[in-house]
Design a protein around this ligand. Structure first.
Ligand SMILES: *Cc1c(COP(=O)(O)O)cnc(C)c1O
Length: 360
C-alpha cells in the first residue's frame, strides 16, 4: 500500500487513523455483526453514533444550546436555495460576492427574492476580501451572506463583516473546524463536509433556533425545511448514515489533537511554510493579497501555462496529487486541510525548490 500526498480541494484528505479505524470496523461494528452502512438509522447503535457525533461537534465548536446542529444532504449547493427559502421573510438579502461559490449562492437567492450584492472582489479576480466594515445593507434585509473561505481563490475573511444588526449566514465548507469560531456571531454556519471533515454526501448546518420557523416561502418542499429536520433530530428521513459516522470519527480525532485552537496553530504552521517559500521564490508566486490569505487553500502560479503544466505533471509523478488549480483559474492550488500532515507541506516545498532550480 502506498498513499500519496493529496492536495485536492475536495473531496480531500482524511486522517489516516480514521480511515484505518473505519476499515477495522467495516464488517462488524462493535459487535453488531454488521457494517454501519448496513444498519437501520433507527437502531439504538446508530442512535449512539449520530448523538455522539453531534455532542462532539458541539464540544469542539462550543455551540450554544440555542443552536441546532443538522446533518443534511444535497451538498453545500442545496443550501444556496434552502437558506432563502427558510430565511427570506422580507424577500430581501445582502450578498458579499468573494468568489464563485458566493456568486452561485447569490444567483440562486435571486430566484426567491431580492438578493442584493453589497460588496464584491470580482474586479481583481477575487484575489482579496473587500472592506466590509461599513456596507450599504438594506434596512429590511433578512440576512447578510458570506462565503467565509473561498476555496477556489484562496481568500478568507479574517474579520467578519459588520452586518449592522442583521443575521449573518456563512458558508464555511472549506474552513470548517480549521480554527476556533464564535458561533454566537452567526445565525447560520453551514458547510459540505467533503473539504475538511468527512466523505461527500453530508452537509452540516448550525442554525440559531429562532431562525427555524414554519414560515417558509410558499412552495418550499418538505425536505428543504429546516424545521422538519430540526424537529426530527436529523432523522426525518434516512440520513447519510455512513458519512455521519466518519464525521463523528474525525470529530474525535480533532479532540485528540487538542481541539480547534491546536488545529489553528498547526494549520498556521503548515501554511507559513508554503507562504514563506512563495514570498522568497523567483519562480512561484502566490496570487492572493497577503492579509486575506487562506490557511486552507493556497493558489500559486509560475506565470507560464507551460511551466505550470510541467510542474503539475512532475509533482504527480513524485507523489503530490491534485495540485492543478481550479479549471476556471488555472495555475496551481495546494489545499492543506486539517488532515494534511506537516511533512506533506515540507516535502512539497522541497520539491518546488528543486523544480525552481531545474527550471529557473
Ligand atoms: C465545494 C464548495 C461548495 C459546493 O459544495 P457541494 O457540496 O459540491 O455542493 C460550496 N461552497 C464552498 C465554499 C465550497 O468549497
Amino acid at each position: 500500500m502506498s498513499r500519496v500526498y493529496n492536495f485536492s480541494a475536495g473531496p480531500a484528505v482524511l486522517p489516516e487513523e480514521v480511515l484505518k479505524e473505519a476499515a477495522d470496523e467495516m464488517l462488524d461494528y462493535k459487535g453488531s455483526g454488521m457494517s454501519v452502512m448496513e444498519m437501520s438509522h433507527r437502531s439504538k447503535v446508530y442512535d449512539t453514533i449520530i448523538k455522539e457525533a453531534e455532542a462532539d461537534l458541539r464540544d469542539l465548536m462550543n455551540i450554544p444550546d440555542n443552536y441546532k446542529v443538522l446533518f443534511l444532504q444535497g451538498g453545500a449547493s442545496q443550501q444556496f436555495a434552502m437558506i432563502p427559502m427558510n430565511l427570506m421573510k422580507n424577500r430581501k438579502a445582502a450578498y458579499i460576492v468573494t468568489g464563485q461559490w458566493a456568486k452561485k449562492a447569490y444567483q440562486e437567492a435571486k430566484i426567491y427574492g431580492d438578493a442584493v450584492e453589497v460588496a464584491s472582489s470580482a474586479d481583481q479576480t477575487f484575489s482579496y476580501i473587500p472592506d466590509c466594515s461599513d456596507l450599504d445593507i438594506p434596512e429590511d434585509a433578512d440576512y447578510v451572506y458570506i462565503c467565509e473561505n473561498n476555496t477556489i481563490y484562496g481568500t478568507k475573511f479574517k474579520t467578519l463583516p459588520n452586518t449592522k444588526g442583521h443575521t449573518l449566514v456563512a458558508d464555511v465548507s472549506s474552513c470548517f473546524l480549521s480554527e476556533p469560531v464564535d458561533v454566537t456571531k452567526y445565525g447560520v454556519i453551514y458547510g459540505g463536509v467533503q473539504k475538511n471533515i468527512g466523505p461527500a454526501g453530508v452537509v452540516i448546518v448550525i442554525i440559531r433556533e429562532d431562525l427555524i420557523t414554519e414560515d417558509t416561502l410558499p412552495g418550499t418542499p418538505t425536505m428543504l425545511k429546516y424545521k422538519i429536520h430540526a424537529d426530527a433530530d436529523s432523522l426525518y428521513n434516512t440520513p447519510p448514515a455512513y458519512g455521519i459516522y466518519i464525521c463523528g470519527k474525525v470529530f474525535k480525532w480533532l479532540k485528540k489533537m487538542g481541539g480547534l485552537s491546536a488545529m489553528k496553530e498547526y494549520n498556521e504552521k503548515k501554511a507559513k511554510i508554503l507562504y514563506d517559500f512563495l514570498e522568497e521564490s523567483k519562480l512561484f508566486k502566490g496570487t492572493v493579497r497577503k492579509e486575506d490569505r487562506s490557511l486552507m487553500n493556497v493558489p500559486f502560479v509560475t506565470g507560464s501555462d507551460e511551466l505550470d503544466a510541467k510542474f503539475v505533471k512532475e509533482a504527480k509523478e513524485a507523489g503530490f496529487e491534485n495540485l492543478k488549480g481550479h479549471r476556471t483559474v488555472g495555475g496551481m492550488r495546494a489545499s492543506i486541510y486539517n488532515a494534511m500532515p506537516i511533512e506533506g507541506v515540507e516535502k512539497l516545498v522541497a520539491f518546488m525548490r528543486e523544480f525552481e532550480k531545474n527550471n529557473g
